[in-house]
Structure formats: C-alpha cells, structure tokens
Design a protein around this ligand. Structure first.
Ligand code: SAH
Length: 248
C-alpha cells in the first residue's frame, strides 16, 4: 500500500496521529525534501529506506513505489501541509492506478490554516468574509484565465495565496484590481517552523516589507478584511439566537 501523507506545515507535532503512525510502520519513506521538515523523518523506523523526492522525476518516484510494492513493503509518501493542495499527488495516483497499486490519502494541516493560526485570526468572519479563495499567482506554471488574481480579487473574499511571494510586486498590483489599497495583508514565512516570520501591512506597504527582509519562498500571503478589527459577532454563540442545540 502507498500512503500519501500530509506532514503539516512545519512543526513536526502538526502531523495527524494517523500520518505519524503510518510513517512509523512503513519500510519506505519518500518525502518532499524542499518543504517537509526533516524532523518528521524521526518517526521513521531505524531500518526504513528514506528518499528525498526533491531531486527525483515522477518516473523515479513511481519506480521506487513499484519496487517496494512488489516486495510487499508499504510506502509513506510524505508531502508538506495537506497533500491535496499543490501536492502534485494526482499524477502519482494516476500512475499507480495504471499499475494496479493501491493507495490511500491522509490529510494534513495546510499552511494556509497554519498561517491564520499563528496570526491568531479566523479566516471567515460574519458580514466580512464567508468565502476563502485558495490560489496562486501565475508564474512559470500558468493559471486558467478565469482564475487570475485580478478576477478573483473582485470578490473581496479572504484569499490565501500560495507559491507567489517571489512575485510580491505583481501580486499586489493584481490584487488592487478588487481590494482597496488599505486592505490588510499578512505574509507568514515558514508558519510553525522555528524560524517563522510574520509581516503585516496593507496593499500599500506589504511588498516593501517582504522585499526588505528578502522573503522569496515558503511564505503564505493572506489578504482580506478578516485581518482587521471585528465588527459583528457570530450568531453561533449569540444568546438571542436559537439553533438546534440551544434555545434563546
Ligand atoms: N500542500 C501544501 C502546499 C504546497 S505548495 C500545503 O497544504 O500547505 C508550497 C507553498 O505552500 C509555498 O510556496 C508556500 O506558499 C506554502 N507553504 C508551505 N509551507 C508553509 C509554511 N510553513 N508557511 C507558509 N507558507 C507555507
């Protein structure tokens, strides 16, 4: 069996119990070395074969999985955050389908929720934003034309922008299409890692802060009025509001 496991955002305790137990039991571990915290590898068995996929091609990864599977060895394929977000797991699963090799996916704590947690913010606020857009700026990998930052910005939703901090100037320009210049923006570098850094500002000054500090990778850009002060409290705990579990 091949297990696609979300390692979480960085802090090795932010993997799920299930993901950790599977790493403890698999004979082969293939981890995405550019982003997965190496501390996670401490969960692996002493005699496990460990591979860093950062320098490997899809074919090489699939070959290791195939070889292990043929020997009856389970494989932990460890991705950063949640594997279903920019994990490039679908192509691996499709290859495994072709080979008739079974697999499972174990979710993880994504870096966008980790970033909101370290900022001590809630991504959805009543009357402010009830929608979260997870996206990335167009770079070397294109984005479908209906999903550019410019068009998505018009919703003024909470937005979590992955993989884009290296193009912060362009990101800010595109976001100004929909958000006003004083909309709060936070950039979290390596959320939950020991060298985590937080930058807070608005569309007017965030690019400057990011560039001054040479942040050009492993950062989450969060934008939206959810970062600002709270105006409305939710109905959930409102004493005057009845719901299934509480009468007003
Ligand atoms: N599957 C991952 C995302 C992989 S894409 C997840 O769910 O988080 C890699 C991008 O994720 C990085 O460019 C960065 O934008 C973001 N990222 C990953 N780990 C991060 C962290 N600890 N702090 C901030 N951003 C992070």
């Amino acid at each position: 069996m091949i297990y696609f496991i979300g390692a979480g955002p960085g802090d090795p305790e932010l993997i799920t119990v299930k993901g950790m137990k599977l790493i403890q039991s698999c004979g082969v571990v293939i981890y995405a070395g550019s982003l997965v915290n190496k501390e996670i590898l401490k969960y692996a068995k002493k005699d496990a074969s460990i591979y860093n996929s950062a320098s490997m091609s899809l074919d090489e990864i699939i070959d290791i999985m195939k070889e292990a599977h043929n020997k009856g060895i389970d494989v932990a394929r460890v991705h950063t955050g949640d594997p279903t977000i920019y994990g490039a797991i679908r192509e691996q699963m499709q290859e495994l389908d072709g080979l008739g090799i079974p697999y499972e996916v174990i979710p993880g704590v994504s870096s966008f929720t980790a970033a909101a947690s370290v900022l001590k913010k809630e991504l959805t606020l009543p009357e402010v934003s009830q929608t979260i857009i997870i996206t990335r700026a167009e770079g070397r990998t294109p984005v479908p034309q209906e999903q550019t930052l410019r068009s998505l910005s018009k919703h003024k939703a909470t937005m979590a922008i992955f993989l884009s901090v290296q193009d912060i100037d362009k990101v800010v320009e595109d976001l100004k299409e929909g958000y006003s210049e004083d909309t709060p923006v936070a950039v979290v570098y390596k959320a939950t890692w020991e060298d985590e850094l937080i930058f807070e500002g608005t569309l007017k000054n965030i690019a400057e802060k990011v560039k001054e500090n040479d942040i050009n990778k492993t950062a989450m850009i969060l934008i939206g009025d959810f970062l600002g002060d709270i105006k409305e409290y939710s109905k959930l705990y409102d004493a005057a509001f009845s719901h299934n579990y509480r009468k007003a």
